[in-house]
Design a protein around this ligand. Sequence first.
Ligand code: NAD
Ligand code: GDD
Length: 342
Amino acid sequence: MSTGIKRALVTGAGGFIGHHLVAHLRRNGYWVRGVDLHLPEFRPTEADEFLLLDLREKRNAERATSDIDEVYALAADMGGMGFISANHATIMYNNSLIDFNTLEAARRNGASRFFYASSACVYPSHLQSSADVTGLREEVSHPADPEDGYGWEKLHIEHACAYYREEFGLETRVARLHNVYGPYSTYAGGREKAPAALARKAALAAPGGEMEIWGDGRQTRSFCYVDDCVEGIRRLTASDFPGPVNIGTEHLIAIDDLARMLLSIAGKEDVRLVHRPGPQGVRGRNSDNTLLREKLRWEPATPLWEGMSAMYHWIERDIARRGRDVAVSSIVPRAEEPHVRP
Ligand code: NAD
Ligand code: GDD
């Protein structure tokens, strides 16, 4: 620490956003320690040091946070709708242990800043029951009715971050990330989110064939390119605003339209979309970036087509490299879920 170079810990550094964040912090002059259960799947880590640790163990969190200035807490048991709708208890148990161990160890070890990766899944279901949804402003998260399991845990830890700031003076920063996508993301195996899943399906579709979509395809989302996401994380952590604040885009798009965009990028406009039952989550979700613009004087700017093209072409190349067999998703979608709980 005496060198003046900031020392950062990125947890979840073997994962999608975490490994991009490691590279981003390195480019911005940080010394970076990465921690995860595994190394990044698709390319080498750029971390100065990488520790394979299970953060559900308290002593591992203490080791991970020793001699660190800034903690970026991204480790989580997570995935797209297929995964988070089917594993509520496991997700809540694992992520609660990871998050509390990391937060408490960061405090004990004297970290100066603590970034927490929360989610748009903290927003109430009843505000997301229409495809033509109004953008979600941060204050509407209460009264609370978040996504089952995963969303409740995130909201709980958002509160813990505020308490640690007030009670112990730990400078916590919380961002609510909205569906992040880009190259080097999970695109098969059951944890993939819609952008990578649909890119995989587009890459595998036979010309003139079919492409399967969960639900009626009219459900909507906004998507945030990973380079914008890590830039936002660094800007927020350096700022004096604790959050929570959305990091996402206000570009709302129906899932069918996203699928058609990916088919167009793939040069397969003649592929027909077919709709099947599957886990859908909320009917519509969009970010409202008013607070983000006000506090950081910045917002994600990568055009959707540009970001989706970069992701699609990487997935196409990776399938060619590893073979089509690895790209067959193992998930069997369960019965259709209601859009809004009674
Ligand atoms: P990811 O699954 O690619 O990365 C998470 C990493 O955490 C994985 O590499 C995993 O091995 C690691 N991890 C899980 N359990 C662990 C444990 N016990 N000890 C140590 N490491 C462990 O997910 P991601 O998309 O990179 O998401 C990063 C963070 O951002 C997560 O906290 C996630 O909830 C949050 N987030 C992501 C999105 C998104 O769209 N990707 C949206 C909202 C919030
Ligand atoms: N994953 C996936 N795979 N989704 C599909 C598919 C498919 O093949 N076909 C259609 N969809 C639909 C889903 O049914 C859902 O309605 C929509 O695409 C978006 O699905 P996901 O990207 O899997 O999840 P999400 O947007 O509901 O939630 C994700 O983003 C949150 C933050 O905004 C998850 O990754 C959460 O973990 C994350 O916090």
